[in-house]
Design a protein around this ligand. Structure first.
Ligand code: IMP
Ligand code: MG
Length: 174
């Protein structure tokens, strides 16, 4: 079991609250849709949307499943949209929600795909950011925690499908 808690349940709750306030201030009453990337974003998104509601935002919610393919060491890669959102995003403020920005490929490619559908605004929000790992030119608009190059699990993040259920974020130690 990973016992090295990096961020406790309480610290996460506090940061999610800070993020929700910032997002609420930015999006105001504009029609807003959260697009969660499954499976990693599920815990973060479910907490974040309820915080947003507390601060006056009533977003739609939809989900996407994507898988990414990186091309060796170069800054090339693609994603496959395994399951697309069913909602229209035209004219809406879209906030893509993911668990973590690592190389940045997923966020960059999802942004490109959604940008073609005429959203009013296209924003990205991650629980965790590992800027030292970035290979693709993308910066999340909202980040709860910035971390070093360590592998983390819990609060939605997995290692081979394990540990998503942990209420805290832990560094995986074998
Ligand atoms: P990217 O496309 O390289 O930015 O990769 C993002 C995806 O990599 C995330 O959605 C996670 O599924 C996975 N990932 C990257 N770092 C970690 C980690 O530390 N723990 C668990 N999953 C990670
Ligand atoms: Mg993942």
């Amino acid at each position: 079991m990973p016992h090295n808690a990096l961020y406790s349940k309480e610290e996460i709750e506090k940061q999610v609250d800070v993020l929700a306030r910032r997002i609420a201030k930015d999006v105001g009453q504009s029609p807003t849709i959260l697009v969660g990337l499954l499976n990693g974003s599920v815990v973060f998104l479910s907490d974040l949307m309820r915080r947003l509601y507390l601060y006056g935002v009533a977003p739609e919610v939809d989900f996407m499943v994507v898988s990414s393919y990186k091309d060796g060491h170069s800054s090339n890669g693609t994603i496959d949209i395994i399951q697309d959102i069913r909602s229209s995003i035209e004219g809406k403020t879209v906030i893509v929600i993911d668990d973590i920005a690592d190389t940045g490929l997923t966020l960059l490619e999802v942004k490109k795909a959604l940008a073609k559908r005429n959203p009013a605004k296209l924003l990205t929000c991650v629980l965790l950011d590992k800027p030292s790992r970035r290979k693709f030119d993308v910066k999340p608009d909202y980040t709860a925690f910035t971390i070093d190059n360590v592998f983390v699990v819990g609060y939605g993040l997995d290692s081979a499908s394990r540990f998503r259920y942990l209420p805290y974020i832990a560094v995986l130690s074998e």
